[in-house]
Write a protein that binds this ligand. Structure first.
Ligand code: PLP
Length: 454
């Protein structure tokens, strides 16, 4: 029962009385209450008291073009007026669905010729699992069912995508995983490296672990390898040099599909259009969402090769259908908004902006390394993490995990800054429209925040 009496007769009281928030301690929420946002403008959001914050996390790694783009409102309105909904089952289509698929094929790496839509990243990864199994069954390899993923990787929260996710809180008491998945070592030297291990040695060890696992399980049982090119929710973990090339080679050697989960990396976050472009590898399947519509509408897109399509298509001809799809697959308003969003990303060169401003942002964020609380500063493009530690000479975290992070989040809010806190890491992922001056303001507010926490 709610104990939030101090919130009675307010919007907050109604929230406490009726809500269950994602990633929230529900009992704590009853006493703490919500922070209620009211509007957004550019890189800023405003709460119901009118207080302005820099949103240095773009919502949830999401809002590439900022919080108030009239062109997306217009695109949504026009489509709502024309055809607010239609499905895409049984040979039916509509223009925004077709045009967006065409656009995605145009801007993505050359191996991608086919697109399938879902409503969220979790559903997209769920669909990919089914697609991989369907294709492997169709090509006479029904034993290829197991997925290789990474500890701390994030791929969503549905029963199957949540199984791929390698984070304890997404499994504990949910009885996951429910599909066969093997979580390998997190590919990040600071997180998983041995004392004194070089980057090259670390890469070699990771690749050996993958190959040993494939051989121990039997290559004929491994369906796919899935990974975020640059791990996001794990704490912006940059993989060691040569890792992705090595993974790709192993996938080819053992006939394993390579899936890039680009739900965060996709559409310019790293200063290149996609994460696989940045790290120079060639996945068979790519999952995108979030910045696809700047999250103004729920939408995800799966891109895959003609080879996969051909096997899948032949099987639909054999059994009569691709027995999969959602009521709102390729929703006309969501796809119309995505098209306009991608146009804006191109016209304003937001990918280039992420590279240019990202460089200045990182250089200035690096200066926080001298702070007594900061153990590491890392990132690529407009995606960065500042890791707080009790003792700079060690990689060890605080004995009370998340306490410094919690303090930092509260202090950042006081400083009109919204930053994502994961454990004791401050995570930055600002809208791609951010200017150099605004990026420096984010660093200044982060510095003040660290000083208040110390
Ligand atoms: N994959 C990655 C890499 C993500 O970061 C997320 C969400 O943050 C997902 C998948 C799941 O997407 P959604 O929350 O839209 O289900």
């Amino acid at each position: 029962m709610s104990t939030g009496n101090q919130f009675s007769n307010s919007l907050a009281a109604a929230d406490i009385a009726t809500g269950l928030h994602p990633y929230t301690n529900a009992r704590l929420h009853e006493t703490k209450g919500p922070l209620i946002m009211e509007r957004g403008e550019g890189i800023y959001v405003y709460d119901i008291s009118g207080k302005q914050y820099i949103e240095s996390f773009a919502g949830l790694w999401s809002v590439a073009i900022g919080f108030s783009e009239p062109r997306l409102v217009e695109a949504a309105t026009k489509q709502m007026q024309k055809l607010p909904f239609y499905h895409t089952f049984n040979h039916i289509s509509h223009e925004p669905n077709i045009r967006l698929a065409e656009k995605l094929v145009e801007i993505s790496p050359e191996q991608f010729t086919r697109v399938s839509f879902t409503n969220s990243g979790s559903e997209a990864n769920d669909t990919v699992i089914k697609m991989v199994w369907y294709v492997n069954n169709a090509r006479g390899k029904p034993e290829k069912k197991k997925f290789l993923a990474r500890t701390k990787g994030y791929h969503g929260v549905t029963m199957a995508s949540g199984s791929l996710t390698g984070l304890l809180n997404n499994h504990r008491d949910f009885d996951l995983p429910i599909i066969p998945v093997i979580h390998l070592t997190t590919p990040h030297l600071r997180t998983s490296g041995h004392d004194g291990e070089t980057e090259a040695e670390f890469t070699a060890r990771l690749l050996k672990e993958i190959e040993d696992t494939i051989l121990a399980e039997g290559p004929e049982t491994i369906a796919a390898f899935i990974g975020e090119p640059l791990m996001a929710a794990a704490g912006v973990l940059v993989p060691p040099a040569g890792y992705w090339q090595g993974v790709e080679a192993l996938c080819r050697k053992y006939d394993i599909f390579l899936i890039a989960d680009e739900v965060v990396n996709g559409f310019g976050r790293l200063g290149t259009m996609f994460g696989s472009t940045y790290f120079r590898f060639k996945p068979d399947i790519m999952v995108t969402s979030k910045q696809l519509t700047s999250s103004y509408m729920p939408l995800a897109a799966i891109l895959f090769t003609e080879e996969i399509y051909d096997i899948l298509a032949d099987n639909t001809a054999k059994i009569g259908t691709w027995g999969h799809g959602y009521t709102t697959t390729g929703h006309p308003v969501a796809t119309a908004v995505a098209l306009e969003n991608l146009k804006i990303i191109e016209e304003r060169d937001l990918v280039g902006n992420a590279a240019r401003v990202g460089k200045v942002f990182m250089e200035n964020l690096q200066q926080l390394s001298s702070h007594c609380l900061v153990g590491d500063v890392r990132g690529v493009g407009l995606m960065a993490a500042v890791e707080m530690v009790p003792d700079k000479s060690s990689r060890k975290g605080f004995s009370q995990f998340g306490k410094a992070g919690g303090k930092a989040f509260a202090s950042a809010l006081q400083n009109n800054l919204i930053v994502r806190v994961l454990g004791d890491q401050l995570i930055f992922c600002p809208p791609l429209i951010i200017t150099e001056e605004q990026a420096l303001e984010v660093v200044a507010r982060a510095r003040t925040t660290l000083e208040e926490v110390a």
